[in-house]
Design a protein around this ligand. Structure first.
Ligand SMILES: [Zn+2]
Length: 396
């Protein structure tokens, strides 16, 4: 008796140490340490898988951010593109105005030149005629006054010709000035366009940077999802090993003392089917493997003793919890309506901890708890492990 209690205490200490080790196990480790138990390995594999899933989530969000940034800069680049097109139209119109003025200028130059040529020719003619026939002209005029008027007329014609040329030249200079002004405006429009082009280039660069970020994220995701697959396989492997380990019934003597069990459904002591009672189930004669304790659906079910949880069982148990206590001892709680929160494969529970609720799942005809004790894989009566007062209270 005393020895058994010491063994239980030692097992508890070891379990506590294992749990502590699990908590401080490095997340990034890729190789299982040799002294790790299958439960440690399973926990480590789970943490590694969670870590990579977190990494993948982070990369996904950075990719999403890059996609948003890309859309933002694409919109800005398109807006600037529209502005540049408008600017191009302004430049074309300005260029047309300049061409128009240029034509006017050329026409004016031609006009000045031809007018000048005409006047030069007239002056030359008049001069020659004057020299050749001034005498005859003078002789023709009847008075000195008339001769004087003639000379004045000649001077008047020369003067008005000069005035006309000067006017044309002034007009040409005005055209020159207008063209210079239009050229300056054109240069300004072109500068504005260059500024817009530079802005557009910045936005295009930002789009390129976002694209690079997206590509990098996608490449990283590819690598990480490969790693994730490996870790999933590793987790599956660790899980299989853990299942084999948790249900290992070989060797080892009973470590529990008599009267150690906590009654899983306090307040309910009626037994509808006792352990070892023969009965026909679906045409097959079978010996009942546990105690059936009727209780209302939803009645809390507590662990009879501490150990490691497994949820895998034959379908007939319905929603089920198995607790490996070590030393080949396993308690089974069948037909649950639901398991308690946090009760899952590999979870360590303590004696008296809430593990689920009464139901009628699996091969069951009414709400009850099927409470079973297996030792080394064989069903065994749980009665010797119950508190003697509880055991005495059980009745049909
Ligand atoms: Zn049963």
């Amino acid at each position: 008796m005393e020895r058994r209690k010491k063994v239980v205490r030692a097992v508890c200490i070891i379990l506590a140490c294992l749990m502590a080790l699990t908590l401080i196990a490095p997340v990034a480790a890729t190789v299982f340490a040799e002294d790790q138990t299958p439960a440690d390995k399973l926990e480590q594999a789970k943490q590694e898988l969670e870590a990579i899933e977190n990494e993948i989530d982070e990369i996904e969000s950075s990719k999403e951010a890059a996609q948003k940034s890309k859309a933002y800069y694409e919109e800005l680049a398109n807006a600037v593109k529209t502005q540049i097109e408008a600017q191009n139209n302004l430049i074309t119109a300005q260029q047309e105005s300049i061409n128009q003025k240029q034509k006017e200028l050329e026409a004016k130059i031609t006009e000045v030149e031809s007018t000048q040529a005409l006047f030069d020719a007239r002056m030359k003619t008049m001069y020659v005629q004057h020299n050749r026939s001034s005498l005859s002209v003078l002789l023709g005029v009847t008075s000195f006054a008339e001769a004087l008027r003639y000379i004045q007329n000649l001077q008047y014609i020369a003067q008005s010709d000069t005035d006309l040329i000067n006017t044309l030249r002034t007009q040409k200079e005005e055209l020159d000035a207008q063209i210079a002004e239009l050229d300056a405006e054109l240069a300004e429009l072109k500068q504005q366009k260059a500024d817009l082009e530079a802005q557009k280039q910045q936005y295009v660069n930002s789009v390129t940077a976002a694209n690079n970020q997206i590509s990098a994220a996608e490449a990283e995701l590819e690598v990480k999802s490969e790693e994730e697959k490996e870790l999933q396989a590793k987790y599956q492997q660790a899980y299989q090993e853990w299942v084999a380990w948790a249900s290992d019934t070989s060797g080892s003597s009973v470590i529990l003392d008599e009267g150690e069990f906590y009654w899983p459904v306090p307040g309910y002591y009626r037994i509808s089917s006792d352990y070892g009672v023969g009965r026909w189930i679906y045409g097959v004669y079978d010996v009942h493997r546990g105690l059936d304790i009727p209780a209302p659906a939803g009645t809390p079910i507590y662990a009879a003793f501490g150990g490691v949880v497994s949820t895998k069982a034959h379908w007939s148990y319905g929603t089920c919890v198995k607790i490996s206590h070590g030393g080949g001892m396993v308690t089974i709680y069948g037909h649950m309506s639901a398991r308690a929160a946090g009760i899952a494969d590999g979870v360590t529970v303590t004696k008296g901890q809430l593990i689920g609720y009464v139901g009628s799942t699996g091969n069951s005809t009414g709400n009850h708890l099927h409470f079973e004790l297996d030792i080394n894989g064989s069903p065994t009566s749980a009665r010797p492990y119950l508190d003697p007062e509880i055991e005495a209270a059980l009745h049909y």
